[in-house]
Design a binder for this molecule. Structure first.
Ligand code: NDP
Length: 234
């Protein structure tokens, strides 16, 4: 049966690949966007995850058009890299607000329907750097590490209602986010990836659809690396 899915930041990049993977399985899929066009076959809802009112309105629209969200993929995220000494409090807070508090906002709204249904899947797109740390990314790494504690708390709070909560930690994925890195940095990262290549967005998507499938019904509180081995040991 078609399920109601929401992928935040599903209008492009990794989020779009995730949204497409669910749609290909026959699910009804909504994606947030902040003004861009919505890719065909998906329900686009205008929503900035840093704004609780927009989050609420987006969920209401999804509920009307495809039913309460049963699978939430919290994927929207930003970077604002610089060394700690140069990082302003605004730069730190802005990244935390989008990546971590944004996940809180959408989760809080989504669990309303999941609790009623006594079924739900929460999936957070974190990053390998949330576990390993990354020079120049203290704000981003903190936000991504925060998702782990957040998700695991929810796994404990909501497990009895048949709601699972899991985190995926991608390594280096070729998207617009990573396209801006200097070539030298890209080569340096590649040298540390045992599989010797970047991930394709579809490889993150297949881990997400797995965690949302019946085959993964007994997996909760997990952190699943999809990183070509980059973060091994963490
Ligand atoms: P992109 O920069 O290509 O896309 C980011 C997405 O997030 C866009 O859809 C963007 O929407 C959305 N977004 C950002 N801020 C907000 C906001 N405040 N409200 C709503 N939507 C927002 O990134 P990727 O596809 O590469 O990354 C997706 C996720 O995967 C991120 O959380 C990222 O941290 C994580 N990740 C990426 C890795 C990589 O190597 N690429 C590695 C590990 C993790 P809009 O189009 O409106 O800007």
């Amino acid at each position: 049966m078609a399920r109601s899915v929401l992928v935040t930041g599903g209008n492009r990049g990794i989020g779009l690949a995730i949204a497409r993977a669910f749609a290909d399985q026959g699910d009804n899929v909504a994606v947030t966007h902040r003004g861009s066009e919505t890719p065909e076959g998906l329900l686009g809802v205008k929503c900035d995850v840093t704004d609780a009112e927009q989050v609420d309105a987006a969920f209401t629209e999804i509920e009307e058009k495809q039913g309460p969200v049963e699978i939430l993929v919290s994927n929207a995220g930003i970077t604002d890299d610089t060394l700690l000494l140069r990082m302003s409090e605004e730069q730190f807070s802005r990244v935390l607000d989008a990546n971590l508090t944004g996940a809180f906002r959408v989760t809080k709204r989504a669990t309303r329907g999941m609790l009623r249904k006594r079924w739900g899947r929460l999936i957070y797109i974190s990053s390998v750097v949330g576990l390993t740390g990354s020079a120049g990314q203290a704000n981003y790494a903190a936000s991504k590490a925060g998702l782990v504690g957040f998700s695991r708390s929810l796994a404990r709070e909501l497990g009895s209602r048949n709601i699972t909560s899991n985190v995926i930690t991608p390594g280096f994925v070729a998207t617009e986010m990573t396209a801006v890195l200097p070539e030298e940095r890209k080569q340096e990262i590649l040298g540390q990836v045992p599989l010797g290549r970047y991930a394709d967005t579809s490889e993150i998507a297949s881990a997400v659809t797995f965690l949302a499938s019946d085959s993964a019904a007994y997996i909760t509180g997990a952190v699943l690396p999809v990183d070509g081995g980059l973060g091994m040991g963490h």
